[in-house]
Write a protein that binds this ligand. Structure first.
Ligand code: ZN
Ligand code: ZN
Ligand code: ZN
Length: 182
């Protein structure tokens, strides 16, 4: 049983963000997950699949397909946008990345999901930082509400816009003279 408010950070599946974590672990872990997925399903781990996942995992703000093309080009690994789109579709289909609809962008997933879990994205409107929170409690509530409405959900993703901790602290530091920060 998982309830918001009484669970540990670990159980909530809160993804790392900001500069308070070992970012090389994010990137290495994401690439390792693509490798494991390909091995488990007998799929080919093409250099492009690996490169796109690495580029995605390097950012904790969602990246558009063209951002990824630019990053790959800057690393000397340039690829046609259509190929990058295909890889992104693959990563999303395999649950290795998420599409953030409101931003038309993608985020590397940092952990496996349970089938009854809803994925909640906390998106900072100021800096774009996006954290992923997996919640069984929200998943159950949503499942009940959908069932009551005779509705069959296709994807169970919530996007919540707001202000991240770092931007809120920065705004507070700037003081009362600039209440709106940006
Ligand atoms: Zn990181
Ligand atoms: Zn995820
Ligand atoms: Zn922010």
């Amino acid at each position: 049983m998982h309830y918001i408010g009484s669970v540990t950070r670990e159980e909530m599946h809160i993804s790392p963000s900001g500069d308070d974590h070992d970012h090389s672990q994010c990137v290495a872990g994401a690439v390792a997950r693509v490798e494991q997925c390909c091995v488990a399903k007998g799929l080919r781990l093409t250099p492009l699949r690996r490169n796109v996942m690495r580029a995605l995992a390097q950012s904790h703000t969602p990246l558009g397909a063209y951002d990824i093309v630019e990053r790959l080009t800057a690393e000397g690994e340039g690829a046609p946008p259509m190929s990058v789109y295909r890889v992104l579709d693959f990563l999303v289909a395999e649950g290795l990345a998420h599409r953030i609809e409101s931003r038309n962008a993608y985020l590397a997933c940092t952990h496996p999901h349970d089938i009854d879990e809803v994925v909640v994205f906390l998106i900072c409107e100021r800096c774009g930082l996006t954290r992923e929170v997996g919640s069984h409690a929200v998943g159950r509530d949503l499942a009940w509400a959908a069932r009551a409405a005779g509705f069959t959900p296709r994807q169970r993703v919530l996007e919540v816009a707001g202000t991240c901790a770092r931007c809120r602290e920065a705004a507070e530091r700037d003081g009362a003279t600039a209440p709106d920060g940006a």
